[in-house]
Design a protein around this ligand. Sequence first.
Ligand code: 5RP
Length: 262
Amino acid sequence: MSGELSPIDKAKFLAAKRAVDFVEDGMRVGLGTGSTAAWMVRLLGERVREEGLKIAGVPTSTRTAELARDMGIRVISLDEAKWLDLTIDGADEVDGDLNLVKGGGGALLQEKIVATASDRMVVIADAAKEVEALGAFPLPVEVIPFGWQTTQALVEEMLISMDVLGRDTTLRMNGGAPYVTDEGNHILDLHLNRIGNARELALVMNQIPGVVENGLFIDICDTLVIGHGSGRVETRDINDGTVEDMRLDFVEDDNLFRDLSD
Ligand code: 5RP
């Protein structure tokens, strides 16, 4: 089965495998969304089933909630948990300061709320997600459906005074209709090419009425786990400055590789 996985999927799997080691008995864990996070949920479910690990998971999307339940993880709401020990999630881009672009999978709002409500956020990614400057990946911005075109115009006007290389914005579609998030909102994708000052952009963006949240995660990620198709896994912690380099074996597991639908 492993032969069917691309090097990028192997890298995502290995990053997830390293990250689930951070989860300890009794923890309340934020469960991210996306293909890398889905590996993490599967691997965490395996620890729950095989080791009897007792955790409560707070999912960041309906997709993740469904997968977590299927994997045997006890799912609770953020309101029940109130505060989390750890969140593990993927990212679309990560820079050298561990600032992120997220929301490619449309779950940025719940992801940001959950990560911010956690003692520690661990981001798992393949090496292709590492960038010198954020912005090549279109920046997702969640907007309220009411007057979304006015909001889009305000966002474009605001971008004129920002240090970015591109200013096109597009409404994310799902087939012939606007994409709808779990919160019933739409997403604008901002094609900025390069963001000069992500911190400023994140702050200014959220001042626009109609903008619910943006996909820039500034000073939220504590630990980055980068997987490589070769088996190398690098773990960097921004708080204590440590860097760990290890190799992990890619072991086939029939249970984990069944129903790979995310
Ligand atoms: C979803 C996200 C994901 O974490 C991001 O899109 C990365 O996804 P993947 O792990 O599939 O590459 O932000 O909203």
